[in-house]
Design a protein around this ligand. Structure first.
Ligand code: GTP
Ligand code: MG
Length: 210
């Protein structure tokens, strides 16, 4: 059967929580290709994941920063049969964390990003109203280092600017331009409220796991 359009194809027919772990070594062995979602605490990683997965609250979200504290893996199957895993990463930049907690965060995330052979893409989320700051630049720098795995192609970096619904139509384009220039990569404007950007993002993820 030929699926008519992206919206039909990208509909998620199955989504489930697979496992969570506080370090990369505690995760189940890779069974499918993975995409990880990284960004500042409260930027909307878990909300974006729920939109992508067509589920209201499979990934836990909260108004309070620091909601996601471990690596959480989800598995999805789309209407056209495509399957992959999504990894919800704990957010960085949460000032109230202790230095120990920040170090733990760093080794958890960096360990995962450096050693997970099944990882194909990382989606970096930036709040459209905040743009790119020091922490994003540090993460991008880290991502430019060689990984400790042999891989068929380099890790794809996908940039998404979240919460675009909070800006007026006229303020959006200039704000997205600032984010794009700050990173030097194309940017997808995204809203988990209106689902704007969902098909564009799915398109990039499909390409990454090809
Ligand atoms: P941590 O788990 O703490 O790292 O946060 P997170 O990045 O997973 O953020 P989360 O998805 O929990 O969202 C944080 C808050 O922002 C919640 O109150 C969400 O409802 C809100 N939010 C997330 N995405 C959007 C969006 O696109 N638009 C609007 N208006 N609010 C959003
Ligand atoms: Mg979260």
């Amino acid at each position: 059967m030929k699926l008519e359009n992206d919206e039909t194809k990208n509909r998620v027919v199955d989504a489930s929580f697979v496992a969570g772990a506080v370090e990369a070594g505690g995760l189940p062995p890779p069974a499918l290709l993975e995409v990880a979602f990284a960004g500042r605490s409260n930027v909307g990683k878990s909300s974006l994941l729920n939109s992508l997965m067509d589920r209201r609250s499979l990934a836990r979200t909260s108004r309070t920063p620091g909601c996601t504290r471990q690596l959480n893996i989800f598995e999805v199957r789309c209407a056209d049969g495509l399957m992959m895993r999504f990894v919800d990463l704990p957010g960085y930049g949460w000032a109230r964390r202790s230095k120990d907690e920040r170090n733990q965060w760093q080794s958890m995330i960096e360990g995962y990003l450096r050693t997970r052979a099944s990882l194909r893409a990382i989606v970096l989320l930036v709040d459209v109203r905040r743009g790119v700051e020091e922490e994003e630049q540090q993460l991008l720098e880290f991502l430019r280092l060689p990984r400790q795995v042999s891989e068929p192609k380099p890790l794809e970096i996908v940039l998404a600017a979240t919460k675009v619904d909070k800006l007026s139509a006229s303020a959006r384009k200039p704000a997205l331009d600032v984010v794009r220039k700050g990173v030097g990569l194309p940017v997808i404007g995204f809203s988990s409220v209106t689902r704007e950007g969902r098909d564009a993002l799915w398109g990039r993820l499909r390409h990454a796991v090809l």
